[in-house]
Design a protein around this ligand. Structure first.
Ligand SMILES: O=C(O)CCC(=O)C(=O)O
Length: 363
């Protein structure tokens, strides 16, 4: 049955307000994407125009061994240039990576009313939110994505309120990833040549959130985006992507002058996790580490899932460039902000590249 939405409001109500999501719309049978999903030409993704990353994944098992310095240097170098790298031997069991993808498909395959029960405003817990696109009310064109977001407070609460189909694997993923993210953060701070106490490191990753993203098959991938250009607001993001691919990161400097190719595809590498730098770390490092602008393409072949963990400071935490760096650099590029204010600003605007950083930028 081809869906017929009599006007713009009826589609918005069906997908966003009633919680059927993009998947619910696609399941009705669609031969072309509704106008609300058509991106302006400058936001569309031409995969032929992207460079494919040939950076090898970083082997984290080499840390604290004879190759430690080389690995630490590689982590810092890619964080200063691209803001994105992949890691293997990261301590997250590879069987868990498979279970996570299966769990995500199981959750998004549930009947719409079961997922809609976690919509903002009706969810039985403020820790769990199911939704679609990023900030649908503010977006000129919607993103072709449904998601569920789970905030972590403690194990017992997670096991009580996170959705049944995903809670065990998501919690195990969080436990194992956080250890690794903390180690990567320690290395990045060491490579800045400054000392920071353990309490500050803990505060920078004081709050953690696991999301599961679902990108249904799209009849017109050339017109849509799965996620629009944005950087993440937090400290570090750990991301599991499936084998479909479609994640692109913006090159800080155009490395391909002749062909003007500005985007690099981060290929799916078996058993690897992607790590990217968020705005908080760019601010803290006074601009030395680059929060990565990234986006996701859709495909007509198969649905895609990705599972990010966002490590962010607690809302009451103050973030600003580290004093030792400001002294060394002779200038602060960002002002100190309360992270909760930064976060509210981030979630009040549609994705627009790295514009989120303007909130803290000193002109
Ligand atoms: O799906 C991906 O690969 C990236 C997802 C993402 O950027 C996000 O959830 O903010």
């Amino acid at each position: 049955m081809a869906p017929s939405f009599s006007d713009t409001d009826s589609l918005f109500n069906f997908v966003v307000r009633d919680g059927n999501g993009v998947k619910g719309m696609v399941d009705l049978g669609l031969s072309k994407v509704p106008q609300q999903y058509v991106q302006p030409p400058e936001e569309r993704i031409d995969k032929l125009k992207a460079i494919l990353s040939d950076n090898s994944p970083i082997d984290l098992s080499k840390l604290d061994g004879p190759d430690h310095d080389k690995v630490a240097e590689e982590i810092a170098r890619t964080s200063e240039t691209l803001g994105f790298f992949q890691v293997v031997n990261h301590g997250v069991p590879v069987e868990l990576l498979e279970s996570l993808k299966i769990a995500a498909h199981k959750f998004f395959g549930l009947p719409p009313e079961k997922k809609a029960a976690y919509r903002k405003g009706v969810s039985p817990s403020p820790l769990v939110k199911y939704g679609t696109s990023f900030v649908p009310e503010k977006e000129k064109s919607l993103e072709w994505k449904d998601y569920v977001s789970m905030l972590y407070t403690n194990d017992s609460e997670a096991l009580q309120v996170w959705p049944e189909e995903i809670k065990e694997s998501a919690l195990e993923y969080l436990r194992t990833s956080i250890k690794m993210a903390r180690r990567v953060l320690e290395i990045l701070i060491e490579k800045l040549g400054v000392t920071v106490d353990d309490a500050k490191i803990d505060a920078l990753i004081g709050l953690n959130m696991v999301n599961m993203n679902f990108y249904p098959k799209c009849p017109n991938p050339e017109l849509t985006v799965g996620v629009g250009r944005h950087s993440d607001m937090g400290t570090l993001t750990v991301l599991l992507q499936d084998e479909i691919g479609g994640l692109y990161v913006k090159l800080e400097e155009n490395r391909d002058e002749e062909e003007k190719r500005e985007w690099m595809e981060i290929p799916s590498v078996p058993n690897a996790l992607v790590i990217n730098i968020g705005d908080t770390l760019q601010i803290l490092s006074n601009g030395r580490y680059k929060s990565a602008e990234h986006r996701v393409r859709t495909t007509s072949e198969q649905p895609r899932v990705s599972i990010p963990i966002f490590t962010i400071p607690k809302p009451t935490e103050k973030i600003g460039p580290l004093a030792q760096l400001v002294e060394r650099d002779g200038v602060a590029l960002y002002r100190e902000v309360v992270f909760g204010d930064y976060m509210n600003n981030f979630f009040s605007n549609a994705h627009e590249g790295k514009k989120s950083l303007d909130f803290a930028q000193i002109n």
